[in-house]
Design a binder for this molecule. Structure first.
Ligand code: 5GP
Length: 211
């Protein structure tokens, strides 16, 4: 049976450790997963690379991508636009790879509407104090940005229940194992195997007639 990939959306508070988690998941199971690279109007942080971390585009180019329907979803987050390029995601799913979108909440809910089978995972540190500590520890953001990200976390907490699963990122290896397990379990849902079920029923019917 040729199986299509699962579309998994990973959100979580800024500072929840999503980036590290994604990296560890891809290192452990790189052949199975494809990580979508978003377009953004945000400026690159030190060390970030074009085409690896994001496609860094101008606001004009971003508007053009919206008009061309080149994005599956997009959202404005703390003053910048972020969006998921459509072509790459659809091609990878068709090829049977599980595609991960690491996106914020407004975008995640839009994806769920457009792709009802998408799996929504929310990653959080064990406590709010730990979240603040991790944001400060990053050392790349100004005090204002940290503050606006914490305020955003308060807003985002309202939407956690709309996700399918909550992942507490306390121990990285455990969290990677849990995430991989949830996505792979999604392949086994009967809803995703309609073709196979139909074939099985037909074959069983033929066998019954023969006997
Ligand atoms: P950062 O600026 O820290 O890289 O990302 C800020 C937020 O934007 C994060 O919550 C990240 O998950 C989200 N984000 C990144 N790419 C996309 C995207 O394509 N669409 C949406 N809706 N959010 C995104």
């Amino acid at each position: 049976m040729k199986r299509k990939g699962i579309l998994a959306v990973v959100s979580g508070f800024s500072g929840a450790g999503k980036g590290t988690l994604m990296k560890a998941l891809l290192e452990a199971h790189g052949e199975q997963y494809a990580l979508s690279i978003s377009a953004t109007t945000r400026k690159p942080r030190p060390g970030e690379e074009e085409g690896k971390d994001y496609f860094f585009v101008s606001p004009e180019r971003f508007q053009e991508m919206i008009r061309e329907n080149a994005l599956i979803e997009y959202a404005c987050y703390v003053g910048n636009y972020y969006g998921t390029p459509r072509d790459y995601v659809l091609r990878q799913l068709e090829a049977g790879r599980d595609v991960i979108l690491e996106i914020e909440i407004q975008g995640a809910l839009k994806v769920k509407k457009a792709f009802p089978d998408a799996l929504l995972l929310f990653v959080t540190p064990p406590t709010a104090a730990e979240l603040k500590r991790r944001l400060q520890g990053r050392g790349t953001e100004t005090k204002e940005v940290i503050c606006s990200r914490l305020m955003r976390a308060v807003e985002e907490a309202e939407f956690m229940e709309q996700y399918d699963y909550l992942l507490i990122n306390d121990d990285l290896d455990t969290c990677v194992r849990e995430m991989d397990g949830l996505i792979q379990a999604q392949h086994l849902r009967t809803g995703g195997s309609q073709e196979w079920i139909l074939e099985m029923k037909e074959e069983l019917g033929s066998l019954e007639k023969e006997s």
